[in-house]
Design a protein. Structure first.
Ligand code: UFG
Length: 344
């Protein structure tokens, strides 16, 4: 079955890879993106990779109800929405919590209101593993305690709760996907992660060090209660995450309303910062100079998914190795040394 879907934030890192998967499956896509942290070029490349020039792009903000109303009116009946648009920098959310409540929570509320007006009630929402806070017992299952410890995670948890209420009380079909740490890029090297300024995240920092854009990686602490002292995260290939979205959507569309799903999307295999560095060095033959510095405020020792529920319900599990995460992320960095900026 092919569908007509609205994708908010479709030009971003996870959004663009998901659009590629959906387009290749034959779905019709309408994208709303304000390009505040993304580039229209990503969508051009998605279309050329999929060999389908059919994406309809609407430049605008999800908090703009008029724009969304107009989009729903003009593009015919929509079968569902994937809502990626939002802000995601933990430090920025601590410095400017109101901005995060506005963009992430108010933006989701406006979107849901417009969907309701237009009779569309199937939604996949981008949530995050940071809603679990600083867990001490593993494996992390979807019913494990949530304890969001910064405004970014608090806004994501608040939207999950708002959507739970919609599925319970208004008969929506909702899935909140709790992403662990998506990394890598499409193997073509044509689309990938393009952080503005100094990368916050480990992987893009490593690829920029490998490319000589930065001198060395700072490892934020080696005194955590982990085997080598560095933080452990559950890194997954962004193409696996993209496929999780299409599997989730198919699951929702096959079922009668109401549906409420919360799913961990990870590999179940946590890796320390040092393991990632060594994995990258092995995959690429390059060396990554690093230095141990103080812990980063707000970081936790370990996050690792139990991905069993996604496998059981969707038949989805992460397929790609750490080596592929590294080689594909490195191919993107080499082909696009400055990301989408200055690209032809
Ligand atoms: N790290 C370094 N040096 C760096 C960057 C990161 O040592 O320059 C370490 C961190 O301390 C942590 C690990 O690498 O131990 C991963 O850090 P990231 O910043 O790549 O990822 P986080 O787990 O902190 O956060 C990411 C996203 C969040 C999301 C979360 C979900 O940035 O948006 O994963 O787990 F919520």
């Amino acid at each position: 079955m092919t569908c007509r879907l609205l994708i908010t934030g479709g030009a971003g890192f996870i959004g663009s890879h998901t659009c590629l998967v959906l387009l290749a499956q034959g779905h019709e896509l309408v994208i709303v993106d304000n390009f505040s942290n993304s580039s229209p070029l990503a969508l051009q490349r998605v279309q050329s990779l999929a060999q389908r020039n059919t994406i309809q792009v609407v430049e605008g903000d999800v908090r703009d109800a008029d724009l969304l109303d107009q989009t729903f009116r003009s593009c015919g009946e929509l079968d569902g929405v994937i809502h990626f648009a939002g802000l995601k920098a933990v430090g920025e959310s601590v410095a400017n919590p109101l901005l995060y409540w506005d963009v992430n929570v108010n933006g989701s509320r406006v979107l849901a209101e417009v969907m309701q007006r237009h009779g569309c009630s199937t939604l996949v929402f981008s949530s995050t593993a940071t809603v679990y806070g600083a867990p001490i017992t593993f494996p992390l299952r979807e019913d494990s305690l949530t304890d969001p410890i910064h405004p970014y995670a608090q806004t994501k948890r608040a939207v999950e709760q708002m959507l739970d209420a919609l599925s319970r009380n208004a008969g929506w079909r909702i899935a909140s996907l709790r992403y662990f740490n998506p990394v890598g890029a499409h193997p073509s090297g044509q689309i990938g992660e393009d952080p503005l300024g100094v990368p916050n995240n480990l992987f893009p920092f490593i690829t920029q060090v490998a490319a000589g854009r930065r001198e060395r990686l700072h490892i934020f602490g080696n005194d955590y209660a982990t085997p080598d002292g560095t933080g452990i995260r559950d890194y997954l290939h962004v193409m696996d995450l993209a496929e999780a979205h299409s599997a989730t959507l198919a699951h929702l569309l096959e079922r009668p309303a109401p549906v409420q799903l919360t799913l961990n999307i990870g590999t179940g295999c946590g890796r320390s910062v040092l393991e990632v560095i060594h994995g990258f060095e092995q995959a690429t033959g390059l060396s990554i100079p690093y230095e141990i510095v103080a812990r980063r405020p707000g970081d936790v020792a370990k996050l690792e998914a139990c991905p069993a529920k996604a496998e059981q319900l969707l038949g989805w599990s992460a397929q790609r190795s750490l080596e592929e995460m590294c080689t594909d992320g490195w191919a993107w960095q080499q082909a696009n040394p400055m990301g989408y900026r200055n690209a032809p």
